[in-house]
Design a protein around this ligand. Structure first.
Ligand code: HEC
Length: 113
């Protein structure tokens, strides 16, 4: 009985060990997809990776949002990119799906130094 339990524990531990690198790979894919979306949606017209253009640099935005903690940062980025910032040139992007907004947020947050 005891041996059986240990065996199951080992199986669970192995599953976790396998799941962790898989999760990292997915994250990398999301970051790459986020960058591609930012290129497709002409965000670079107004934002550079480094240095202010019409809007703040993505590196500065990354630092600003990351300071909220990862969960809040992702939600706040999703909201701002979706709705835009009223009264500024930052336009709304109503055609981006929730998954695409998350990928863009992942890419922006990945720039933090
Ligand atoms: C026409 C110019 C323009 C385009 C295109 C643009 N932005 Fe912006 N964006 C701005 C400006 C200007 C600000 C600063 C707004 C402010 O003063 O708070 C800004 C702010 C932001 C912010 C921070 C909002 C905040 O609360 O501080 C994020 C994130 C952002 N942009 C992401 C994007 C992404 C992603 C895209 C492409 C989907 C994009 N922007 C396209 C001009 C633009």
């Amino acid at each position: 009985m005891k041996a059986l339990k240990l065996h199951r524990l080992a199986a669970v531990a192995t599953a976790f060990a396998l799941a962790v690198p898989a999760a990292h790979a997915a994250e990398k894919a999301d970051i790459a997809a986020g960058k591609a979306l930012v290129q497709q949606h002409a965000c670079f017209t107004c934002h550079a990776i480094e240095g202010t253009k019409v809007g703040p640099s993505f590196t500065d935005l990354s630092a600003k949002f990351a300071a909220m903690g990862e969960d809040k940062a992702e939600k706040a980025l999703d909201q701002d990119v979706h709705a835009g910032v009223q009264g500024t040139p930052m336009p709304p992007n109503p055609t981006l799906s929730q998954a695409e907004l998350d990928q863009i947020a992942d890419w922006i947050l990945s720039l933090k130094k």
